[in-house]
Write a protein that binds this ligand. Sequence first.
Ligand SMILES: Cc1ncc(COP(=O)(O)O)c(C=O)c1O
Length: 356
Amino acid sequence: MSSGIGRQIFKRTFTSRPVDGFTGAVGNTPLIYLKTLSEKTGCRILGKAEFQNPGGSVKDRAALGIVLDAEKRGRIKPGGTVVEGTAGNTGIGLAHVCRARGYKCVIFMPNTQSQEKIDLLRMLGAEVYPVPAVAYENPKNYNHQARDFARELDNAIWTDQFDNTANAEAHYRTTGPEIWEQTEGKLDGFVCATGTGGTLAGTGRYLLEKSAGKTQVWLADPPGSVLHSYITSGGKLKERTGSSITEGIGQGRITNNLGTFVNDVSGALHIPDEKSIAMVYEMLDTEGLYLGASSALNVVAAVELAQKLGKGSTVATILCDGAYRYQSRLFSKKWLQAKGLEDAIPGHLKKYAVLD
Ligand SMILES: Cc1ncc(COP(=O)(O)O)c(C=O)c1O
């Protein structure tokens, strides 16, 4: 493997000018050369360090993109309100964006979510409504409540991250071009899991267009999601069964964001939780990277795709967020045991599961 790779990637992501607050600090994340996995496979395995965004995840891009798009279209004016139904990273990203751009942020979430998440959103200045956790079909579902709440207010938007394609557009404008530039167009494959589908669809569309079809774009899927079977069966939507310990990914339908690209996906990889957990620990041990489970799943998928594409291939993926938001689970022996996943940790790495 060329020893110049690490240096080149570092140089290209070094920003010499100050940027403009939170808005300016989103994106331009490093593309990390994952040395041990690359050497093991004889390929270049690269991970985009999205945990370095100021809100701590890849979802900062979608949150900012959606709000900027609403401003451009005149859907929201200074002092307006941004409403979303989310328990996770998008809510955190939106809370930051709203502080930075002078909006009120209102978040609806299922009342099954941890107090830490509620507290964090409130500390970031959001108004949080935990509501009963009922199915999507129920009008009281947190997503519908967010939509209805925004409808009742003047100068307010419901961000609608799943079906508002400003989400995928943000990745088309930023994540895709960054990866293309950071690899100098030498990219055989890109793979990532999807929640809303924004990251895969936007980044994938840019890379496919820019490479004139040469970069293969694959979807990675956890258990409990229908997308792997949808793609491998040529478009049949199955009933959703099973579940995963990963958060923020897996889907039961083709969202508008994913719909902009799903027909151009080259293939799909199903990644069981055992492999994702093992990779959380392996990335910490070999690279010093403390990653959440969706990032670990993406890395497993990048290795599998690189092996499919052959020795010498270059594959990039997304390191969505850090393990900090999940550590009481991912590093707890008891929790992993309860999920039947304790044995997924490689023997020599079990010492890192330090929490009870
Ligand atoms: C941790 C994490 N990983 C991955 C994703 C998936 O990204 P996208 O919604 O762009 O498909 C999300 C989305 O919320 C997430 O929170």
